[in-house]
Design a protein around this ligand. Sequence first.
Ligand code: C5P
Length: 221
Amino acid sequence: VSMRDMEGLSVVVTAGPTREFMDPVRFISNPSSGKMGYSLAKTAWYRGADVELITGPVSMSSPHGVRVTKVVSALDMMDAAVESMAGCDIMVKAAAVGDYRFTSVSEKKIKRKGTDSVEITMINNPDIAAKLGSIKKPDQTLVGFAAETDNLLSNATEKLNSKGLDLIAANDLTEEGSGFDSETNNVTLLDREGSLKKISGTKEDVADMIWDRVLEIRGKS
Ligand code: C5P
């Protein structure tokens, strides 16, 4: 692989968790570290791409050379991703987007009020990947992730098709050295033609292998 084989390509990567606030001091989120997305951004920059990273709140520092757009909620991430979609060649949705947000967000801290329980209602967040899939142009490549605890390949295939993705990295959360806060990852890459490729290594190795596959897919069309 040539070192600068992504020169001239404009890449957007979403990474990290989202936060859905209930009041000014409380939120629901997930344990995503952002490592997979940050590794994708870093390796794409090494390979010469122009890179934007749209990131939820994580503890990692911004990778060198990458334009960073910080977001908090799923709705923020949606706005940023839709805005960046038009001008990019490749969009990778590595973020762990919260599926629900609070129906209403209290401007003031919610008090305990001497009650033993609290009822909250939440509504669905938009599916950002599916939205991007629906506005994607033929020369653009959209990549998603599927973190699963069961029926890995059938769930991932369903997501690939329903969200209009070109490639999906299916991630078995029950496997050792995979998923959320791990340094390493094992993923199966599935494309629209049903081809299947299992890759594993550090998240940076996996990121490089995902870019290899993306370049292969783009070369074919
Ligand atoms: O959560 P799910 O398994 O459906 O996620 C699959 C893919 O869709 C991931 O790439 C994730 O980033 C993306 N997604 C999204 N917006 C959501 C939920 C998931 O972009 N609201």
